[in-house]
Design a protein around this ligand. Sequence first.
Ligand code: SF4
Length: 279
Amino acid sequence: MKINVAKSAGFCFGVKRAIDTALKTAASGRNVYMLGDIVHNEEVVRQVGKAGVKKISALSAGKNKTLLIRAHGSSQSILTKARKLGYTIVDATCPMVKEIHRIARDMEKKGYGIIIIGDKKHDEVLGIAGQLATKAIVIDNATRIPTGMLKKIKKACVVVQSTQNIEKVLRIVEKLKSVIPDLIFCNTICKPTQIRQEELKKMPLENDVMIVIGSKNSANTKRLYEIARALNPRSYWIGSRKDLKRDWFKRSKNVGITAGASTPDVTLQEIVSYLKTLS
Ligand code: SF4
C-alpha cells in the first residue's frame, strides 16, 4: 500500500509560532496564563500545560501575570480589561488573523457594515467581531442568511474566518450580492488553508482511502474531512493512531493522509509508521 502524505499536512506557521511563543514565554520564568486552549489539539494542550502555561476561563487580578493571546486572536475588550487588571500581554495572534482585524476595522471606518463568514462561536470569529464599534453580522451557512436584516444594509464588507471552505464562502457571497447593493468581498481565507484545500481537491480521488488527522474539536480539521468525504466515501477522521481500523485498508493500493493545522508532527508520524506495517 502506497502512503501519500499531503505536503501541507500538520501545523501551519501561525499555530507553530503561537506554540513556540507560549513555550518560550513559560521558559523565561514568567507566570503565563491563557484564556482557553492554545489550539484545538489535546497533545499540544498537554505539552504547553506541562511547560507551565496555565489555562483560565476568566480574567482576575493580573499583577505579575502574563496573558498570552492565542493564534486565533482576541477582542479589543479583553485586551483592555487585561491591561486594566495589570496583566502583561504577549500577543501570539497569527499575523494573518491580525490582517483580518485590520481590514474589518478600516472598512468599518469607511462606513461599511461588516459581515463575517465563519463559525458563530469560534474564538477567531469572536475576536474579529470584537475589533469593531458596531455589531458584525456573522453568517455560517448559505441556508441561514438573515435576508430581512440584510435588506436594510446599503454597503457592506465581507471578511472570512481564515480556515473556511472557499466553495461554501462563494455560495454565501453570491446570495449576499443579490441583497446588498454595494458589497465588497475580501477573501481572508489564509494561504496555508488555501493550499491545504487545493491539495484536497485531488488527493481523495487519487487514493483508495483518505485519512484526515486532527482533534474532533478542530474546526479546520472538520472542514478538511468534509471536503475529503464528499469526494471519497472511504475517508476517515481520526485523532490518533489508536482510532485507526485495519478493515479500512482492505484491498487498498494507496492511502492519502492529511492533517489539520493544529495536529502535531509526532501524531502524523505515528500514523504513517503504523500504516507502513500494513503495507
Ligand atoms: S490557520 Fe491560517 S490564520 Fe489560522 S493560525 Fe494557521 S496560518 Fe494563521
